[in-house]
Design a protein around this ligand. Structure first.
Ligand code: G6P
Length: 608
């Protein structure tokens, strides 16, 4: 949700800021802007549209200077126009700032500021910050920012410059991710590490309440009482290639194709063949704590919520512990039941999703131990959780999540295995699961070899206005995820349903124009799913079946059938989800959609 970047140093700032914005564009892409400090004060250029539009404009109208801030926006308050784009100014033109987050008391602040004579030029909540800083007392810009923020309720990752104090950026964090990039005689502020990786691997993750002050010669972090805070400098371990297209036309396709490696990375060093269990060092869950677990609550959003549903099947099956899976946005506002023995697991690719973070905090406040299953190292959920599992899937840039989903499932299976082995799952069964997990990367490669056939399916069905996705058991969440992928990137209406539940409603939609995608690998409910196919066939629906090797021929029922490799039923979602990702991808490409930046979406939803 909105990307911010800032630079102070000795180089020309504009190209660095534009490149940073390009890398942050997955966070929002409806408008963009930049403020550059030069001898004549702060020069601002902002407009509606993507970062490349801003870049073209700066090609004609260059802005030179060695410090600046920039922003790519995902609109919350005010339409995505050039006027509402960041940076925002105060009345005098002294202040320019970029903001990620929401100022919740913006209406009241605005009314008060207008009564005092401030003139607002935008519809945004952010503009209130510029006017508050304009009025705030203090000898330095950081003093004024601290004083202004005392009036603010809400969330922010903020970078502020003042024309009167050239070469300085003041940064503040409350609830929205911000990190500093540490270079030699140059410093950066950014929403995430991808924006600064080209220049430095050393980053400082700020905590809520931190204020950072950057100049070309030094940086320091203080709290709101101006006391210096010591923050570790971390090393970013992934390299630039991980955030480049590497010859693929889209990040989504690159990330789908990376899955043999990403699944391998999630498993690496964690399988204990001899003991039939998993080693999960970051879990911080000693055997006594495992024994105390009476229920598990999963909180997540979007695709991560779907992997949580897969996890429910897997963990209940392997451990006997009841698992409930909650939309984080709903859970956080429900009465928290302080039941002893509750373990809460927050699942999040980004580790920054606001609702998931708050649901995790609410669970902790009610006495629960909290774990994070997170991809982005150093993200807020990862840092606040008591322990957890990193996916190690590398940066996921495509807005539609793919490789994170399969890695989340693998992580959840390892967690189920680890807990199960402590609670009665026998060693032999454990070894079987470990062996099958170890085979997965190779099976994922074989599944990806189906791509030409999936593409042919896409060509056949790309013009259909509606799709139904059906599955049962551990593959019902895969049907939900397949439908989500399609609607996210191709804008085709798609619904996922439990296959048997279809007859309680969606069956009314079925006719020759309705493709019905069945997820039906070999498992205990396979024959039941075949019966559901018959119900569709009897009503003239078009059936696309994703089944697995070892299952019988479905050609009497299905218009098309594709087979993924066979594996344990509990692991099958890792394979069955892949052709659905490819189907959504190819349909979206055929329909001319912007696959990596679908309309209205953002990858990292840091507002509630
Ligand atoms: C957004 C993204 C989805 C993602 C969801 C949760 O809606 O577009 O792809 O699944 O957020 O994100 P998280 O980072 O918490 O997994």
């Amino acid at each position: 949700m909105c990307g911010i970047i800032g630079y102070v140093g000795t180089r020309d700032a504009a190209p660095i800021l534009l490149e940073g914005l390009r890398r942050l564009e997955y966070r929002g892409y409806d408008s963009a802007g930049v403020a550059i400090q030069n001898g004549a004060g702060l020069q601002v250029l902002k407009l509606a549209g993507r970062v490349h539009v801003l870049k073209e404009r700066l090609g004609h109208q260059p802005l030179h200077g060695t410090s600046g801030i920039a922003h790519t926006r995902w609109a919350t308050h005010g339409a995505p126009t050039g006027r509402n784009a960041h940076p925002h100014r105060d009345c005098t033109g002294d202040i320019a700032l970029v903001h990620n987050g929401i100022i919740e008391n913006a209406d009241a602040l605005r009314a008060a500021l207008e009564r005092q004579g401030h003139r607002f030029t935008t519809e945004t909540d952010t503009e209130t910050l510029a006017h508050l800083i304009e009025d705030a007392a203090g000898a330095t810009l950081e003093d004024r920012v601290i004083a202004a923020l005392a009036h603010v309720e809400g969330t922010y990752g903020l970078a502020v410059m003042s024309a009167a104090q050239p070469g300085k950026i003041v940064v503040a964090r409350q609830g929205s991710p911000v990190l500093l990039g540490i270079g030699e005689n140059e410093f950066f502020v950014a929403s995430d590490a991808s924006a600064v990786l080209e220049y430095t691997r050393s980053v400082v993750y700020l905590d809520d309440g931190d204020i950072a002050v950057l100049t070309p010669t030094e940086y320091h972090v203080i709290d709101s009482d101006s006391h210096v805070q010591l923050r570790e400098v971390d090393d970013v371990t992934w390299d630039l290639a991980a955030i480049e297209l590497g010859g693929y036309p889209h990040f989504m396709l690159k990330e789908i194709m990376e899955q043999p490696d990403t699944v391998r990375a999630t498993l690496r060093g964690r399988l204990l063949f001899e003991h039939g269990t998993a080693r999960l060092n970051g879990l911080n869950l000693p055997p006594e704590a495992c024994a105390e677990i009476r229920r598990i609550v999963v909180v997540a959003c979007g695709t991560s919520w779907h992997s949580g549903l897969v996890g429910r099947h897997v963990i209940e099956d392997l451990t006997g512990i009841p698992v409930q899976v909650e939309y984080a946005s709903e859970y956080r506002y429900r009465r928290q039941l302080a039941l002893p023995g509750t373990l809460t697991i927050a699942i999040s690719q980004s580790g920054e999703t606001a609702d998931t973070l708050e649901a995790m905090r609410a669970a902790r406040a009610a006495g629960s131990r909290v774990l994070g299953i997170v991809n982005v190292v150093g993200s807020t959920i990862a840092r606040e959780a008591d322990g957890g599992i990193y996916l190690h899937a590398g940066p996921e840039i495509g807005v539609a999540s793919t490789k994170a989903f399969t890695s989340q499932i693998v992580a959840l299976v390892m967690l189920g295995l680890y807990l199960g082995r402590q609670r009665g799952l026998d060693e032999e069964q454990g070894r079987e699961i470990v062996c099958r997990l170890a085979q997965l990367p190779q099976l994922v490669s074989r599944t990806l070899a189906l791509e030409p056939q999936v593409k042919a399916l896409a060509e056949r069905y790309a013009d259909k206005p509606n799709f139904l996705y059906l599955g049962r058991g551990v593959n019902f969440p895969v049907a939900l995820e397949g439908a989500l992928k399609l609607k996210e990137i191709s804008y085709i209406h798609a619904e996922g349903y439990p296959a048997a539940e279809m007859k309680h409603g969606p069956i009314a939609l079925i006719d020759a124009n309705m493709p019905v995608v069945f997820v039906a690998p070999k498992d205990d409910v396979y024959q039941k799913v075949v019966s559901n196919m018959q119900e569709v066939k009897a009503r003239g629906g078009r059936i696309i079946a994703f089944t697995s090797e070892g299952n019988g021929d479905l050609s009497a029922l299905a218009d098309q059938q594709l087979r993924v490799p066979a594996t344990l039923p509990l692991l099958s979602p890792v394979l069955t989800s892949i052709p659905l990702q490819l189907l959504a991808y190819h349909i979206a490409v055929l329909r001319g959609c912007d696959v990596d930046r679908p309309r209205n979406l953002a990858k990292s939803v840091t507002v509630e």
